[in-house]
Design a protein around this ligand. Structure first.
Ligand code: MAN
Ligand code: CA
Length: 241
């Protein structure tokens, strides 16, 4: 039925109305229709907004939950990465250290082969060279320097034993040339452990004996003698490795 129900509930058929009345009726019908349509679409909008809001809430909640789960995971991953980096740094430093160590050992081995080949003797971290000719103390000292070594410095009983067992009268790097009675090694260190033969040093018969030689009393643990530096003797060079 084409009509419109007015406020009283009666159905109004606008086709039966006079022209002005129809116009009024039409206007009224149109306005109310728009209002009704608006109220319908307003309701839909509310529903849509409410629905969207709910959806947003759900999304937010899901985001919160996933963030709460993801953050500790991220944290532990970062820590693991830091630990891996630390371990990598440590391995790199170890590698660097070992590479240097290997170079050092290679150099030592080459030195060892070189000195052994030239007849040097190895004892407790040092190489020793025993001359086959004789020279004054100063010339002997110079010879050792030319060989990249020094006239032997005896630091302890073991070294004294090793040298004594070579059974050769040899200059060693000890002198009191600077100050009479003040014995000094060629590297300027003072004398601490000494192995003088009995009665030495004696400046024998008031001669100036300022340089030290390994005496021929090889059977005695202590066999140093002070002798005149101008004497000709074999000599002993020492090179620390
Ligand atoms: C020689 C030299 C001296 C030493 C005496 C010991 O004369 O070697 O230096 O002191 O012998 O009798
Ligand atoms: Ca003497």
């Amino acid at each position: 039925m084409k009509g419109h129900r007015d406020e009283s509930g009666m159905v109004l058929d606008i086709r039966n109305l006079s022209s002005p009345a129809r116009s009024v009726g039409l206007n009224r019908f149109t306005n109310e229709s728009v209002e009704a349509a608006a109220s319908v679409s307003g309701g839909k909008l509310h529903k849509w907004i409410a629905g969207s809001f709910c959806l947003l809430c759900i999304l937010q909640a899901a985001l919160n939950v996933s963030l709460r789960l993801a953050l500790p995971l991220q944290d532990s991953m970062n820590k693991e990465r830091e630990e891996q980096k630390r371990q990598l740094d440590y391995i790199a430093s170890q590698l660097n250290f070992l590479t240097k160590e290997r170079e050092e050992l290679k150099r030592k081995l080459e030195d060892f082969a070189h000195y052994a080949q030239q007849g040097w003797l190895y004892f407790n971290g040092s190489f020793y060279y025993i001359s086959s000719i004789t020279k004054t103390w100063q010339d002997s000292r110079d010879d050792c320097l030319q060989r990249g070594a020094v006239l032997a410095i005896i630091s302890n009983t073991e070294e004294q034993e090793f040298i004594r067992l070579q059974q050769k009268v040899m200059w060693i790097g000890l002198t009191d040339r600077e100050t009479e009675g003040v014995w000094k090694w060629v590297d300027e260190t003072p004398l601490t452990a000494s192995f003088w033969y009995s009665g030495e040093p004696n400046n024998f018969k008031h001669r100036n004996e300022d340089c030290v030689v390994i005496n021929h009393y090889y059977d005695y643990e202590n066999n140093w003698n002070d002798a005149a530096c101008e004497n000709l003797n074999f000599w002993l060079c020492e090179k620390d490795m």
